[in-house]
Structure formats: structure tokens, C-alpha cells
Design a binder for this molecule. Structure first.
Ligand code: MSP
Length: 706
């Protein structure tokens, strides 16, 4: 029997899911449903990545043990997957994988041993013990090279991650290394020999050029004394495995690698290799590290790695919890149907590219494409069958005598035309779907809807019904519309399972769409005389103003873990509902400094803080983060100040803004520009989001802050 295995990344168990996580699951779920419709035995994995320093820290911050932290987040994920119809009960995933599962420990240990015993393609030991010296970003769970961080402003401070902007951890300790540097040629050969191995093509080129630029050996363990929350290295329990070594391996341990029980329950040989669906943010781990590790362990390569783009906010910033610009799933789920969300995600995001998410866009699409488009076609067709044909699908045949009259209404009396149009559209749709071009695929579907709508508007069934001589034409129009609807249900099922099944039922069809292969659809498969079911709205129209007001007031009070936690139906204790302590920076050391040390008033007086006003602001070419500001602080000339806020503030929005400037900071050069001071800003969250300090009352430039 043909089988298929699709995976999402397993998500970090340190924070709660948002739209970005939901998106990957929706795509994987769509792919899985499409395969299942084809009769292919499909296994769909999602889950959580539960080890590592970041989870350890998140647990500490919220007063939980790491295991409690993981359980807490998993509870939320499970609730979310059920709410959005992605769990097993709704025909979604087959396993919610957790890296704390005992069988996973067993499988990973086996994988490690295999790598440890392997030789590289260049004949060296694949694993060796050495010393790691460098910087590590806990949020990325990745070691960072010089081009992946920004140096600290002060000489002593740690550099900051370019992605998260959080301070990096300094690591200097004994470590096991995987000799990745020996795998460059074999990896390039792999990408060459299998053009579809990494998709889309543009991402493959990025990956290949990363490999060509030279690979460094990968530190794959930490001393247990530094990171204890992880899987022990076999035969050396003073080391904990690097979390990515453990996490990537989940894809094979889930189906039985290294564990007899899972092997019996699922079957490694039956399902491997998998198609890995990932965000482009973690492509390197999947397309470089993972294939090399698999080669070392002697395991077959994945079927492919498909990278999608990122959801950005309407201003083009990447969504993240700490920026407060994530789309909260409880808000989303309260205002929109699961199918509208799925449709929007797949239609609006050109797969592989980044997409901007705005609620207005979702409402517009839900109203125009779903309520006025598919929903309207369905309700008008079924209502007319109920009204003009006593609720039974007409035969749609036109006797020769009536052909001429029928032609006058504009309908194509040769039914093969519509049949071949829809068959051709179906074939195109399936090709696009199988190449992950969901947006294009949906355009095709909407061209089918447009054609059916036009046929109805041109033929005007409500007039035909008044003319005894046109009853066959009326029947032909309604049969074609109803048969088109049936096709649409089958085609759209993987994308909108609930709505498609609902329309299918209203059409009087029984059985599940989950097992109907669209390739087998034939025109006239809908039997004349079929009694239509109870007709009801599928996509109610959304009142844009009212919904936007509700969303605005909901998001004004949410965005914290408290409101999200509230949504986990009644399962939380008071402690879990308590607000998380403020995130003061990624390292534990930072937090301690904040509490323990005091300064004298004289120390504070050393800092010359002045009121200033932004006179001009502009971006600096090739520096994503920096704005070049000119600030009037009451001196003869404005000060030139560089501020690392470009990702959060548009230059033009700062003009005229009152700010606080550290006026006696030693000038320093950044990117060739001298910065003559510093703008004071709050910094919060793991990503250190800056919020510029300002005044609500009028205050002259140059006034001193005391
Ligand atoms: N734990 C690792 C993955 C290990 S897989 C062996 C990890 N976890 S994560 O929680 O950070 O999830 C990253 C994934 O979540 C992305 O690759 C993507 O699938 C999804 N997304 C998170 N934010 C996203 C957007 N803003 N937009 C789209 N998808 C996003 O990395």
C-alpha cells in the first residue's frame, strides 16, 4: 500500500502557540487530507520540542519545573489543535509528538550511538570531543557566528542575537562535535541529484550557497552542569545532547526508530522517508544539519524539505510574542470559522513568500470570496432547486426540440463544454496543490465559481421558471450548478473540510469527502432526482465594523499569557493564571543584577539626561536596525544620534517627537556615523522591544531630567 508521511516542526514548549504555528499545521493538515483523499495511507506528525535552556528558563520564570512547563504548553497546543480541527478526532494529526516521551529518549540514544560510530565521507570520526568557545542564542537554540549577532554597545556586555535581539550566552566548555565540515561535498551532491529535495528552488539556492561557503563542525552537547534539561549523551552522562540533535530525531523516533513498541504501532520502514514542512527560519537545521546527521547514522534521506514564508504584521514586522504583534488564536477562533481561517491562510499567503496578516484582509476575503462567492453559489443553487424543482436535483437534459430556446438564454447546450472546462480546471488545481501553490490552486477554484455564477446570472432561472417552455433549460442550469458544487466540495475538502462537507450534505450527498479522490470525478456523477438536504448558511457575512471593534477591544486587553491562559478551559490553577514575571532579558544573570544592586544619588547625577525633540529621522542604508536621528536638545546645533529602533519605528512617525537623550555619553561611531548621545527607551520581552520614553506635558528642549 502506498504510504506518505508529513511533519510540521515540533514547537518549543516555552510559549503558547500563535498564528504562525497554526499556519504550518494548516498546511500540513491540507497536504495530509489531500493524500488521504487519494487513498494513500498517511501519517501526519506535529508536536512539541520540550528540552533545552530556553524551556528551563521559561519554567523558572513561571515557577514551574521544566516538565510542568512543557505539560502546560502542550495542554494549550492540544486545546488549540482540537479547536481548529487539526487533531486526530477531526481527521488531522496522527501523533502529537513530545520529546519527553520515553520512547524518544531510547530512539535518540540509538541515533547518537550510530553517529558516534560513523566515519565521515572523508574518513574521519563523525563525532569527537572538543572545546566550544563562542556565543549561543537560547531563543534560537543555536550557536551564533560573528555575522549573526550585533556587538554590545559597551565593551563588556554580551552581543545580541540579530533575530531576537536578546543577549547571547557565552559558552566556553567541553563539548561533543559533529564533524559537519566533512559533509559539504556530499550535501551539495545531494541537492544536485535531487532537485526537489529542498523547495522552493530559491530556498534551495540559499541552502546550497550556505554549504558552499564552508561548514563549521557543530557542537552537539552541553555540559550537564550548564544545561541539565535534556537527553543525556549515551555513555557520558556529564553531557546533555544539543536540543536540535534531540529535536530533529523526533521525526524518526515517532514512527519506530530505536523503539520496538513504536515500530510495532506505526512502522519506520512503512512510513519513512517524510516530507518535512518548515518555516524558512529553520531551514538550515532541516536541509543541512539533519541530512548530514542522517548520512552519518546510515538512515535514508527525507522525501523533501519544503519551506514556507513567515507571517508578518500589517507593518511588515515578523510576528512575535514580545513585540505584542502576534495574532492570538483565541481572538481569531472567536471571530472566524476554522474554514475561513484556513482559506485565508492558504489563499492570501503566496506559499514560500512572507505574507502580511491583517484582520481587515481576513474579513474582506471571508465576505467576498466565501460569503458572496462559494456560499452564495451554494445557497442560491440549492434554494432554487428547492423552490423550482421540489427539492430534487433535475436531470438537466434538454430534448432536441428545446435546444434552440435554451441557446437563447446564453447557456451552452453542449454539456461537454462545461464538463471539459471543469475537468481541465480540476487537473490544474491538483497540480498546483501538489506543488504547494495553494494560492494559485484556489484562484482556479474561484474561476469555476465565477463561471457558474455567470451562467446563472445570464440564464436568469427565476425568469425561466415562469415560462412553461423553458423548464428544461431551467433544469439544465440548476443541474450544472449543482454538479459544479459537488465537484467544488470534493476539490476543496482538504482546504476547508468542514464547509465542504456541510455543502455536500446540503446537496443531498451522503458519505465522507475524506475518501473521495478528485482525480476520479466524472461529470454527471450527481444523480438526477437526488433530494437536497436542509439548506443553511455556510459562511455567514461578517459585519466588518462591529467585528473590528470587538477585536480591537479584545486585543487591547490581551497579548499577555494571562488572557491566553484563561482560554485553556478551566484546567489551570491560580498560580498558572498569575501574570508571568516581566521578561528582563534572556540571561538569568541579568535578572539578578536588576534586583540586588543600588546606586548613590551622585552616581545617578553623573548621567546627563535631557529633553530633546526629533528634527529629522532617516534609515541608514544596509543597517536594518538603525535610524539616524537629529535631535534638538536646546544646544546651538542638534545632536546626531543613532538609535537601534528601525524595526519598531517608522522614521517619519518620529518627527517632532519629544524624547529623552543621554547627553554626556561618550560619542562613538557606528556604521561610519558618529552617535552623539543615546535615546532612552524601555526594553521589554525576550526580543528587547524598545519603547521610546516621552512626555505627556509640554516641556522645553534641553530641560534636564533629575
Ligand atoms: N523547536 C524548533 C523546531 C524543531 S523541529 C525539529 C522551533 N520551534 S518554534 O516554536 O520556534 O517553531 C518554529 C516554526 O513555527 C516555524 O518554522 C514555522 O513553522 C512556525 N512559525 C512560527 N512563527 C511563524 C510566523 N510568524 N509565520 C509562519 N510560521 C511561523 O523552531
Amino acid at each position: 500500500m502506498e504510504t506518505f508521511y508529513v511533519t510540521t516542526p515540533i514547537y518549543y514548549a516555552n510559549s503558547l502557540p500563535h498564528l504562525g504555528h497554526l499556519y504550518t499545521m494548516v498546511v500540513a493538515d491540507t497536504i495530509a487530507r489531500r493524500k488521504r483523499q487519494q487513498g494513500i495511507k498517511t501519517y501526519f506528525l506535529t508536536g512539541t520540542d520540550e528540552h533545552g535552556i530556553n524551556i528551563e528558563r521559561a519554567a523558572k520564570r513561571s515557577g514551574r519545573t521544566p516538565q510542568e512547563q512543557a505539560d502546560y504548553v502542550v495542554g494549550y497546543y492540544k486545546q488549540m489543535t482540537a479547536q481548529f480541527g487539526l487533531d486526530t478526532a477531526h481527521g488531522g494529526y496522527d501523533i502529537f509528538m513530545r520529546t519527553t516521551a520515553p520512547f524518544h529518549y531510547q530512539g535518540v540514544a540509538e541515533f547518537w550511538r550510530r553517529v558516534a560510530a560513523a566515519k565521515t565521507p572523508k574518513g574521519n570520526d563523525a563525532l569527537y570531543k572538543g572545546h566550544y568557545e563562542g556565543w549561543f542564542c537560547a531563543a534560537c537554540a543555536a550557536y551564533k557566528t560573528e555575522d549573526e549577532y550585533v556587538k554590545a554597545e559597551s565593551a563588556e556586555g554580551p552581543p545580541r542575537c540579530l533575530i531576537h535581539e536578546t543577549p547571547l550566552d557565552s559558552v566556553s566548555e567541553e563539548s561533543y562535535f559533529f564533524r559537519l565540515s566533512d559533509y559539504d561535498e556530499v550535501l551539495l551532491a545531494l541537492y544536485n541529484s535531487r532537485p526537489d529535495f529542498v523547495r522552493p528552488e530559491s530556498r534551495k539556492n540559499e541552502v546550497a550557497s550556505f554549504v558552499r561557503s564552508g561548514l563549521q563542525d557543530l557542537s552537539v552537547s552541553r555540559l550537564r552542569s550548564s544545561v541539565s534539561w535534556g537527553i543525556p549523551v549515551p555513555d557520558d552522562s556529564s553531557h546533555t545532547m544539543y536540543v536540535w540533535f534531540d529535536a530533529l530525531t523526533n521525526y524518526i523516533t515517532a514512527i519506530g526508530f530505536g523503539n520496538e513498541e513504536r515500530q510495532q504501532a506505526v512502522g519506520f520502514e512503512k512510513f519513512w522517508p517524510a516530507l518535512h514542512l518548515v518555516g524558512k527560519d529553520i531551514l538550515r537545521f532541516h536541509a543541512v544539519y539533519w541530512p548530514a546527521l542522517l548520512m552519518a547514522a546510515g538512515v535514508e534521506q527525507p522525501l523533501g524539505i519544503v519551506a514556507h514564508g513567515m507571517w508578518l504584521d500589517p507593518n511588515g514586522r515578523k510576528m512575535s510574542k514580545t513585540l505584542g504583534n502576534t495574532i492570538e488564536l483565541d481572538v481569531l477562533g472567536r471571530h472566524f470559522s476554522v474554514d475561513a481561517i484556513r482559506y485565508f491562510c492558504l489563499r492570501d499567503m503566496v506559499f514560500g513568500q512572507d505574507g502580511r496578516f491583517g484582520y481587515e484582509g481576513l474579513i474582506d476575503r471571508a465576505n467576498s470570496d466565501l460569503a458572496s462567492g462559494l456560499g452564495n453559489l451554494s445557497s442560491r443553487t440549492l434554494t432554487m432547486i428547492a423552490r423550482y424543482c421540489a427539492g430534487r436535483v433535475p436531470s438537466g437534459e434538454i430534448a432536441d426540440d428545446n435546444l434552440l430556446q435554451a441557446k437563447r438564454t446564453g447557456i451552452d447546450t453542449d454539456e461537454t463544454a462545461i464538463a471539459s472546462f471543469i475537468e481541465h480546471a480540476r487537473d490544474e488545481f491538483l497540480i498546483y496543490c501538489d506543488n504547494f501553490a495553494f494560492s494559485r490552486a484556489l484562484e482556479i477554484i474561484w474561476s469555476i465559481i465565477a463561471r457558474a455564477d455567470k451562467m446563472i446570472s445570464d440564464a436568469k432561472p427565476w425568469d425561466l421558471a415562469k415560462d412553461e417552455n423553458q423548464l428544461q433549460t431551467l433544469g439544465a442550469v440548476l443541474y450544472r450548478a449543482a454538479e459544479t458544487l459537488r465537484w467544488l466540495c470534493v476539490l476543496l475538502y482538504p482546504i476547508m473540510p468542514g464547509a465542504s462537507q456541510n455543502i455536500y450534505r446540503q446537496l443531498g450527498m451522503v458519505g465522507s469527502l475524506a475518501a473521495i479522490d478528485p482525480a476520479g470525478l466524472r461529470w454527471r456523477g450527481l444523480a438526477a432526482g437526488t433530494q437536497v438536504g436542509e439548506i443553511g448558511p455556510v459562511f455567514p457575512r461578517i459585519d466588518k465594523n462591529k467585528t473590528m471593534d470587538e477585536i480591537r477591544s479584545a486585543t487591547a486587553t490581551s497579548g499577555t499569557h494571562v488572557t491566553e491562559a484563561d482560554a485553556v478551559a478551566g484546567s489551570l490553577t491560580a498560580k498558572e493564571n498569575a501574570p508571568a514575571p516581566p521578561l528582563t532579558g534572556a540571561t538569568e544573570a541579568d535578572a539578578i543584577v536588576g534586583v540586588a544592586s543600588f546606586i548613590e544619588i551622585g552616581d545617578f547625577a553623573k548621567v546627563d539626561l535631557r529633553v530633546g525633540q526629533v528634527i529629522s529621522a532617516e534609515r541608514i542604508p544596509k543597517a536594518d536596525k538603525l535610524l539616524l536621528l537629529s535631535i534638538d536638545i536646546g544646544e546651538d546645533k542638534p545632536r546626531q544620534v543613532l538609535a537601534g529602533i528601525a524595526q519598531y519605528y517608522e522614521a517619519e512617525n518620529l518627527l517632532g517627537r519629544k524624547v529623552v537623550v543621554v547627553a554626556n555619553l561618550k560619542p562613538r561611531k557606528l556604521r561610519g556615523y558618529e552617535s552623539q548621545g543615546m535615546v532612552v527607551a524601555a526594553s521589554y520581552g525576550e526580543e528587547g522591544r524598545p519603547v521610546i520614553a516621552t512626555f505627556t506635558e509640554d516641556v522645553p528642549n534641553g530641560a534636564r531630567l533629575k
